[in-house]
Write a protein that binds this ligand. Structure first.
Ligand SMILES: NC(=O)c1ccc[n+]([C@@H]2O[C@H](COP(=O)([O-])OP(=O)(O)OC[C@H]3O[C@@H](n4cnc5c(N)ncnc54)[C@H](OP(=O)(O)O)[C@@H]3O)[C@@H](O)[C@H]2O)c1
Length: 251
């Protein structure tokens, strides 16, 4: 792997598994020191050990992204450990599959708080450093679900559409500070978040027919976009939303 991020420091939320883990590994592989955030400490410690075993630098930092004080501590610990912060990947996310009439308000709040409030809190905490040093990259993980109507996922789609709007607003707000804010909108990638959905073979068969590539993505297939959007070649790229879905949302 080309070490385009040598000397850079990244924070990845939801780094313990799934897309976050794949992105943290890709960042470390490209030379970045990486703070690994999420609620489950054991996952973060295991990943930290894996990165260090490959001569990378990592900090396991258990964090609930809905907790403002914890998010502030996550960024402070990053700067204390690595001396700076350059990249934030807002990846933590939760999803439930529920008809709206059955959705408890607490469930709605949990999804919006994790996916949207968590993105806001971490962007604010890291952004203070980015604006101060006149450089920084934010990559938000949205979802292609938010590009169309997806039944039984109203809270999730609303949260991810809001993440896209947040991305565009912050791109404009921080362009004059040389801070780039972009997003990826993945389609179906094989992770825990859709394990229940994928367990239903009939459902999976129907989904695959809607994906021109006729397969779901593998988490490491996000790496090329990740490295482009947080790397040195994206100084003029801001507010963009890269849809990575095997062509699913095109038809
Ligand atoms: N997989 C897909 O098909 C797909 C498609 C489009 C978008 N996405 C988005 O991609 C992101 C990653 O999802 P994934 O597929 O990798 O799912 P996943 O395997 O379920 O991972 C979700 C991650 O979010 C973390 N998380 C959840 N609540 C958190 C909280 N309150 N504070 C901190 N971390 C929290 C989880 O760690 P802990 O539980 O340890 O906190 C976990 O690391 C999500 O934003 C998801 O919406 C996924």
């Amino acid at each position: 792997m080309n070490r385009v991020l040598d000397g850079k420091v990244a924070v990845v939320t939801g780094a313990g598994r799934g897309l976050g883990k794949a992105m943290a590994l890709a960042l470390a592989d490209a030379g970045a020191s990486v703070t690994l955030a999420g609620r489950t400490a054991v996952h973060l410690e295991e990943l930290s050990t894996e990165i260090k075993a490959s001569n990378g630098e990592a900090l396991a930092c258990p964090t609930d992204v809905t907790d403002e004080a914890a998010v502030e501590r996550m960024v402070a610990a990053t700067v204390e450990t690595f001396g700076r912060v350059d990249i934030l990947v807002n990846n933590s996310g939760v999803l439930t599959t529920t008809p709206l009439l059955d959705q408890p308000a607490e469930d709605w709040d949990r999804i919006i708080d994790t996916n949207l409030r968590g993105t806001f809190l971490a962007t604010k905490a890291a952004g203070r450093h980015f604006v101060g040093q006149r450089s920084g990259k934010v990559l938000n993980v949205a979802s292609s679900f938010a590009l169309k109507g997806t039944p039984n996922h109203a809270a999730y789609c609303a949260s991810k559409a809001a993440v896209m709007a947040f991305t565009r607003s912050m791109a404009v707000e921080w362009a004059r500070h040389n801070v780039q804010v972009n997003a990826v909108a993945p389609g179906y990638f094989v992770t825990d978040i859709n394990a229940d959905l994928r367990a239903d073979e009939e459902f999976t068969g129907k989904v695959l027919k809607t994906i021109p590539a006729r397969r779901m993505g593998s988490p490491d297939e996000l790496a090329p976009w990740l490295l482009l959007l947080v790397g040195p070649q994206s100084e003029y790229t801001t507010g963009s939303i890269a849809v990575i879905d095997g062509g699913q949302s095109l038809q």
